[in-house]
Design a protein. Sequence first.
Length: 237
Amino acid sequence: MLPAVSLLALLSATLAIPVRSGDDQQIAFLPSNLDAPKPEVGWADPRILGGQFIDFTTPRYGEPLNVIISNLSDPFILTDEGFRWYYKSIGFSEECLGLHYGHVHKANLGDGFGRKSEHILARQHYFPGWGTCWESLVGGNHFRAWKQNGTEADTGAWFLGASKEEDSTKNHMIVPDGYNIGRDLLVQSAIAGSKWKGISWRADLEWREGLLEPGYKGINHAIAQDGHIAILTVRRV
């Protein structure tokens, strides 16, 4: 019979994967259903340098980064202006009257910049003119975006946290299954193809598992998500 210490060591090795975690770069352990971080093409795994696929909404909870726009995409989309054109083409726009409502989220993309504030917050654009104001009132889809452009991982890829939210009377709470729904709605628009100011795009889609733990552990509002991340490569057509 194995000693208790040996059994504990064996269990730890079986159920955990060591990675560097957090600003202090301490060793943490991930559940065995997550893949070990490795080099990627078109973006860098934030976990390699202490980042994660959950943003920082509160000190304890965050929302999943569930869409990545690869740097293999149309180079124009990797610029701020080009990305703005692109998300307008798939049905999003800036916040109502340019005013920000709600918390400013931070994310650590493992690019050497630590936790940084959201670069963009875009909301579903129901109709021209005041479309995002309507989203602020009645709810709908929205996303936050960060660019991976730090000193340690300057890929230029966009990391998005998409979700569908309730109306203003419910303080824009995320709807049940809202993280999965918001991601899927955005992905559907991207792969269907879109056009803005004479430029047309269509996205290739790769689904990835093993990067984000499924469930609601550490997730804001305790709303479970399926752990799937959509990798989009947006091509000009």
